[in-house]
Design a protein around this ligand. Structure first.
Ligand SMILES: Nc1ncnc2c1ncn2[C@@H]1O[C@H](COP(=O)(O)OP(=O)(O)OP(=O)(O)O)[C@@H](O)[C@H]1O
Length: 629
């Protein structure tokens, strides 16, 4: 492979223990703890099956099906994320090996020795079974139609366990009418953005590698070459994983999934959040843990059992994730329940985008005519999805102290306490909704405070600083992320008079000036100057030394305000160059920028770096794409 994988620098690979992919410590807790597809209950039963027979069908009372990858015969490994190697504890020197390439291309099952049969407890690839609500409508069984997990691996230095998965490695029982493949353009997008979000500190599923199969032909609107992304996450469970058994009245699978989530994904029931002590932001964001599994918390008939704590944990994680999305203007584009993670990760990168100009109604999804998944709706849509999860867990939440009663576990809710149960579940789900809002707001404030270079968030900041800035950006059609980066270079002396503020205001304009709808330039300058005046006053308040410790503030601001985000127009250029023009090095350069978004320069092609960090070309702003991938 070309040396661009090493461009992303060795500085990230400290002296920790690393492995080649074969020797990674591996596990399969998911398949050990959860029910398999009854038709293929063991790895061998699936391994020996005709591939055609493993094809699409309904799978009941199961969390997954064992299924072997159907990799491309010929492929080219074109990118490996150095940050991913570090987090998975893979030795960067080993990614050029045939073993690594064959594994991430779906040609080799590492845990099987050549020609041997898999044993019942062996680690063998699996595809998850889930359902989902898509655009508000129940869509039935979905599942990993083109993804399958190879194994779990725990990084010995960090103790974090990840599930490594291939996307685009062939059909599974969940492929429905589709081909189990992924095309190059969507794979490049997922590969880059997963790692970009992680580098920004945004909870997300990750990408280890990108493999292209230039000679393969995948039918979309036209024929396109296929690709495989090797990706990983602490968990691939989705809200849709719970939706499906709920839709089938399968109480047993819901309980198993809930137990698995608490014990395996979150590390134990005692790791879940205790009752909030107060409304202070620090309690809201970091409540204590350590509540014993069987403890009830809270008074009266609405006391919360462990399943309520599980539900709260999932809601809280999603609140934090969506706060990041709003603070960095990231839009997922297809927030169906099958695209909402139990672990609170950004997941499923279809028609996602970072906003260019600030437009709350923007959706990157060309097919979302109702703007259901527009930027401004994301926090409420994630909550809508969480209410679906509340419905799936409702019986367990509502059962309160009786959640383990034998009769309840076996038979379900007795008629004479159904009303009580429903009331309790509704009350606790509603309370979780309030907590979701509080966590979201506290996180959003924290992030915006940091992005604006402030140390604390004062009561007034929300309306007089944040909202006013957003209104101004919207009205003047200005770029969201560039604005914050540019603010990170402005000293208080540069804006200490009205004249100077009006002068400085021009740095926020696009190179081609204001658009027709934004009004006159003079008015725009006055509007921005008035905001800068308030911002300046707050900076002086929070950094009281005179002259302000500008370098320290600049440094802090530049560490949270990215210089580079992989915007749609950059990804389009990248796709064109990699797919159509056969370029390869450019992928490594973009990835390097995505992995280090706060740097000033990256040691690549300077002209290109400046162009990608600079103004978005006028006709490439706010692009949209369709769901076909
Ligand atoms: N080409 C395909 N072949 C088989 N199944 C597919 C294909 N494209 C999408 N699906 C399935 O359709 C459903 C919805 O697709 P969506 O595009 O949201 O997910 P995805 O991008 O394939 O997967 P993920 O959410 O795992 O990133 C999923 O169950 C997905 O597996």
């Amino acid at each position: 492979m070309a040396n661009h994988t090493s461009i992303a620098s060795n500085r990230e690979n400290g002296q920790r223990q690393t492995f080649n992919i074969r020797d990674l410590p591996k596990s399969n807790n998911f398949t050990q703890k959860l029910p398999p597809d009854p038709q293929y209950p063991t790895p061998a039963s699936s391994h020996n099956e005709d591939r055609a027979k493993l094809g699409p069908r309904l799978v009941r009372e199961a969390a997954y099906t064992y299924v072997r990858p159907d990799g491309f015969e010929k492929s080219e490994l074109v990118g490996v994320s150095q940050a991913a190697l570090r987090d998975l504890a893979i030795d960067p020197a080993t990614v050029d090996s045939e073993e690594f390439k064959d594994t991430v291309a779906g040609r080799k099952i590492l845990t099987l020795e050549n020609g041997t049969e898999p044993g019942d407890n062996d680690i063998y690839p699996w595809a998850q079974c889930y359902g989902g609500y898509q655009f508000g409508q129940w869509a039935g069984q979905l599942g990993d139609g083109r993804a399958l997990s190879l194994f779990e691996t725990t990084n010995p230095s960090t103790g974090t366990r990840y599930e490594l998965q291939l996307k685009g490695a062939g059909k599974t029982p969940y492929s429905r009418f589709a081909d189990g493949r992924a095309v190059v353009r969507s794979s490049i997008r997922e590969y880059v953005v997963s790692e970009a979000l992680n580098a920004l500190g945004i909870p997300t599923t990750r990408a280890l590698s990108l493999t292209l199969a230039p000679q393969s032909r995948v039918r979309r609107e036209t024929m396109e070459p296929g690709a495989i992304v090797a990706r990983f996450a602490q968990s691939w469970l989705r809200i849709g994983t719970f939706d499906l058994p709920r839709s089938r009245g399968d109480r047993d699978t819901i309980r198993k999934l809930a137990n698995y989530a608490a014990e395996e994904v979150f590390g134990g029931w005692d790791k879940l959040p205790a009752e909030l002590k107060s409304d202070s932001d620090s309690d809201v964001v970091s409540p204590s843990t350590g509540v014993a599994k069987d403890d009830l918390q809270g008074e009266n008939e609405y006391a919360a059992n462990r399943f309520t704590r599980l539900y709260r944990e999932i809601a809280r994680r999603n609140a934090k994730m969506v706060a990041y999305w709003q603070a960095y203007a990231f839009t997922n584009g297809v927030l169906n329940t099958d695209n909402t993670s139990i672990f609170g990760l950004s997941i499923d990168f279809g028609p996602f985008a970072f906003l260019d100009n600030f437009d709350p109604n923007y959706t990157p999804n060309h097919d979302d005519h109702m703007l259901r998944y527009a930027y401004k709706n994301q926090p409420s849509i994630i909550w809508w999805n969480l209410v679906r999860l509340g419905e799936s867990l409702g019986e367990l939440i509502g059962s309160g102290a009786r959640c383990d009663d034998e009769e309840f576990v076996k038979e379900g809710v007795r008629k004479d306490w159904a009303d009580d149960l429903i009331k309790r579940a509704e009350t606790l789900i509603e309370a979780t909704g309030e907590e979701y809002k509080k966590v979201f707001l506290a996180e959003y404030k924290r992030l915006m405070t940091a992005r604006l270079g402030l140390k604390v968030c004062k009561e007034d900041d929300f309306s007089s600083l944040y909202s006013e800035l957003l209104d101004t950006l919207e009205a003047l059609e200005l770029d969201f992320n560039h604005t914050f980066r540019k603010l990170s270079y402005i000293s208080t002396e540069q804006i200490d008079t009205e004249e100077k503020r009006k002068e400085v205001a021009g740095v926020f304009f696009h190179h081609d000036g204001l658009s027709g709808l934004a009004g006159s330039e003079a008015d725009a300058r006055i509007r921005i100057a008035s905001w800068l005046e308030k911002w300046r006053a707050r900076i002086i308040e929070d950094w009281p030394n005179s002259p302000e410790p500008r370098e320290e503030r600049f440094r802090d601001m530049r560490a949270v305000n990215p210089n580079f985000v992989p915007r749609s127009w950059i990804l389009d250029e990248l796709i064109e160059r990699v797919e159509k023009k056969g370029e390869r090095e450019v992928l490594g350069r973009v990835m390097n920028m995505a992995l280090h978004p706060f740097e000033e320069e990256w040691g690549g092609d300077r002209e290109e770096e400046e162009r990608w960090c600079g103004d978005v070309p006028r006709y490439q702003r706010a692009m949209q794409c369709s769901c076909s991938s």
